[in-house]
Write a protein that binds this ligand. Structure first.
Ligand SMILES: [Zn+2]
Ligand SMILES: [Zn+2]
Length: 285
């Protein structure tokens, strides 16, 4: 594992690098020339203000490691457990199915409850896809990105959204779909200083992907203490379209718990004229 990667020889390498940088920078030129400027910046930043790997703390050695904020070992381990998109998924929440068919047990349970009460359970999202379980290393990863405000991890997460977008494009013929970030709670950015989902939107735009911030969230009571049904009620009408709505939209969010937020967004998009709405959640609880 990553913890064993910090060896004296690797630290020595840093000093060798500094020596080369000062004494013979031309040796590095072909290497630097092949690197994206932004990647180089991350490497330089890591060189002078090292954060280390977000998961194991090992020193980040190359430009790839600095770019993703993760050491090779940890990045490989994360990908290893990545949800396979051709595996069976719940038709409602997108979580992987273990032995169920169609919808997972918890969705069927809440479905049954809402039918019994004559309430609309609401499936405005045509397909919801998830990537990582919100446990162990994955929980740590999101924590380091969201609360630790480690922007390098955004590169890792943004690639997952890109991958899922192409999966959706192939499977649902949603090639023209526009990405839309789930808008933050009003006041959240003022409080924490940044919006981690919006940051992903910026990175995706940087990759020349179509992004539209066509939804706005109105203020509402905090969702954290409510269950799914109450969340749905609480969220109804809390999202409004503020721009022309694309025909096909792919909503994306960092973490999904009850799915009520993404559902409310999808409902708002459909009400405003979207024909197909897909959802991507990086982590599922
Ligand atoms: Zn690591
Ligand atoms: Zn489900």
């Amino acid at each position: 594992m990553g913890q064993n990667r910090i060896k004296l020889t690797e630290y020595d390498m840093k000093f060798v690098n500094i020596f080369i940088l000062i004494k013979a920078p031309h040796i590095l030129m072909p290497y630097i020339a092949g690197m994206k400027t932004t990647k180089l910046m991350y490497l330089i930043r890591e060189f002078f203000f090292p954060r280390g790997c977000a998961l194991c703390g090992a020193a980040l050695l190359g430009s790839e490691e600095a770019w993703y904020g993760l050491c090779e070992d940890c990045r490989r381990d994360l990908q290893h457990e990545e949800w396979e998109h051709n595996a069976e998924a719940c038709s409602i929440c997108g979580r992987p199915l273990i032995s169920e068919i169609g919808a997972c047990l918890s969705c069927r349970k809440s479905e049954g409850e809402s039918e019994g009460e004559g309430r609309n359970s609401g499936h405005s999202c045509d397909r919801l896809t998830v990537v990582f379980p919100y446990t162990g290393q994955y929980r740590k990863l999101l924590g380091a990105y969201k609360f630790g405000k480690n922007p390098a991890l955004g590169h890792f997460l943004e690639e997952k959204i890109q991958n899922l977008r192409s999966v959706l494009a192939d499977r649902e013929e949603a090639g023209a779909a526009v990405l839309c970030p789930v808008p933050p709670r009003p006041g959240k950015i003022r409080k924490t200083g940044w919006d981690q989902v919006e940051y992903l939107a910026k990175l995706l735009e940087g990759e020349k992907l179509p992004v539209s911030r066509c939804l706005k969230r109105l203020s509402s009571r905090s969702q954290k203490t409510l269950d799914r049904e109450h969340r749905l009620t609480n969220l109804k009408g809390r999202f409004i379209a503020v721009k022309k709505i694309p025909k096909e939209v792919i909503l994306f969010d960092d973490v999904i718990t009850t799915g009520a937020t993404i559902e409310a967004c999808a409902a708002a998009l459909k009400a405003a004229g979207a024909e197909k709405v897909y959802g991507i959640a990086l982590f599922y609880d």
